[in-house]
Design a protein around this ligand. Sequence first.
Ligand SMILES: [Zn+2]
Length: 70
Amino acid sequence: MHASTKVRKYCCVKCGTPFEIHPPDDFHRKASRIEKECEQSVKAEYKCEKCGHNNTIYWCRIRRHPEWYA
Ligand SMILES: [Zn+2]
């Protein structure tokens, strides 16, 4: 199992409760709250368990040059 190594930790923007998110696939592994940070992204929403706020995270598509994301 290798999935746990890709976990990203974010906090709810409303109440600060931490939550873990997982990349949707091997091509979208960089997470961001800002859509403009990536040319291609997958939008995902994570509902806070505590307050019910929907936290929007964008998964950026990783390019072929790994050094750009080192
Ligand atoms: Zn919350």
